[in-house]
Design a protein. Structure first.
Ligand code: FAD
Length: 391
């Protein structure tokens, strides 16, 4: 077992750090303090594309760099630490593109992969519905065969970046026979978000940010050539898609700056004439958080190394995401408690510290254990697929 990065990987990390520094100095993109998907800059994504880092882990035969998932994490670790605006290319680099490489027809590969790699287009994920989040197979959106097209009707919800996406990756029911298993009744397809009959309605979250939406489909025509993989095999395909979603560092590092702010606050703030960092309970709490952070980070690198060995991580990705989700919730809870009233002030207050990012993260925090599969569902995956416990 070797926990060290190779010389090439260390050099690559330096290249990423230098790239971020150059792009930051341009002063034209907004670098954030928490989250990343709502920070969208097509121009920044274009620069990432020029480096070949969109599709960095994809196979070379599909236009990717073939550099593997550990290198992708090295790049993302630095980007997350810097709060880089990755939102324009993130979802399609992480899961839509790999899904097309894996299951897509030649048409989908030729039509979409080059444009994803160049950051010419962005996708949203159209999975969740009002009564189908954890239980995706309960989805009611239908795609009915109509000659050269499917006719799509229904509603999706919580669609991140649905308002900026040119295309959507849709899971819809293509077999309406009630006697057929729900798991054999769904298909995946690409939808043009500007097609007649698609309506995107904003949902403003608790932070006051417009990052997700409701999406309605009224008799939307989707060409059959946009089908990905096999008809009625979409549910199984999407499970692989979600494993890519769960295997990343984003769930751990979305609030990297909160950890840094907490450490800074403890070093610079006094209570009863003593710096907080001199209080044993606070030192102990922060040290425990740091230990957890480092252990989870190493585990997520391990999951990436499984992908590089040709294994699609499944329950391993669930372990990484669940522990990272719980860590982030604990981190923002702890930071707001230790920072007291300072931790509750948002950026519009003159007294706010760290641009109000700790309060913002606190307001974002209920979403951490839900997005991309809730912690309870992930625990079920760990129990059944990892530990082979009965259902
Ligand atoms: C910030 C954010 C961004 C999102 N972006 C997208 C997106 O881009 N595209 C998209 O399609 N979706 C998106 N989602 C939706 C997300 O995938 C769902 O919220 C998630 O899958 C949970 O589904 P739900 O909200 O319907 O909750 P439910 O499934 O109703 O779950 C509610 C609660 O019940 C628990 N629960 C449910 N079933 C079980 C069970 N069998 N055992 C134990 N506990 C259970 C859950 O853990 C949860 O705590 C996003 C969500 C958030 C918060």
């Amino acid at each position: 077992m070797n926990f060290k990065f190779t010389k090439e990987q260390e050099l690559f990390r330096e290249e990423v750090i230098a790239f971020i520094q150059t792009e930051k100095e341009k002063g034209i993109y907004e670098f954030g303090d928490n989250g990343f998907v709502h920070l969208v800059s097509r121009e920044f994504s274009k620069q990432v594309s020029k480096k070949g880092w969109v599709g960095l882990a994809w196979p070379k035969k599909y236009g990717g760099k073939g550099m593997g998932y550990v290198n992708r994490l090295i790049m993302l670790e630095e980007m997350f630490m810097a709060g880089a605006p990755l939102g324009y290319h993130f979802v399609q680099d992480r899961q839509i593109g790999p899904g097309i490489c894996h299951f897509g027809t030649d048409y989908l590969k030729n039509e979409f992969l080059p444009r994803i790699l160049n950051s010419d287009i962005t996708f949203c994920a159209l999975f969740s519905e009002p009564d189908a989040g954890s239980d995706l197979a309960n989805g009611k959106t239908t795609a009915v065969d109509d000659g050269d097209n499917f006719i799509v009707n229904g509603q999706k919800v919580w669609t991140s970046n649905g308002h900026i996406a040119e295309y959507g990756w849709l899971l819809a029911r293509t077999n309406l026979d009630p006697d057929v298993s729900r798991y054999d009744s769904f298909s995946e397809m690409v939808v043009d978000m500007k097609a007649p009959g698609v309506t995107v309605r904003p949902i403003i979250n608790a932070v006051g940010v417009h990052s997700f939406n409701e999406v309605f489909f009224d008799d939307v025509k989707v060409p059959k050539k946009n089908l990905s993989g096999k008809l009625n095999n979409g549910f199984r395909q999407i499970m692989a898609n979600l494993d890519y979603e769960r295997a990343g560092l984003e769930r751990l590092m979305q609030n990297y700056s909160v950890k840094e702010s907490l450490i800074d606050y403890a070093k610079t703030s006094k209570r009863n004439d003593r710096f907080l960092s001199q209080e044993s309970l606070i030192r102990d709490t922060i040290a425990k958080l740091e230990t957890e952070y480092q252990v989870i980070k190493l585990y997520i690198y391990y999951v990436a190394s499984l992908s590089d060995q040709g294994r699609l991580p499944n329950y391993e990705a669930a372990i990484g995401k669940a522990t990272a989700n719980l860590f982030q919730t604990k981190l923002v809870d702890t930071a707001t408690s230790i920072m007291g009233l300072h931790g509750l002030l948002t950026a519009d207050s003159p007294e706010a510290l760290y641009k109000g990012s700790v309060a913002d993260s606190y307001l974002w925090s209920p979403s951490y254990t839900l997005q991309g599969g809730s912690v309870e569902i992930l625990k079920n995956i760990i129990a059944t697929r990892g530990l082979k416990l009965p259902r």
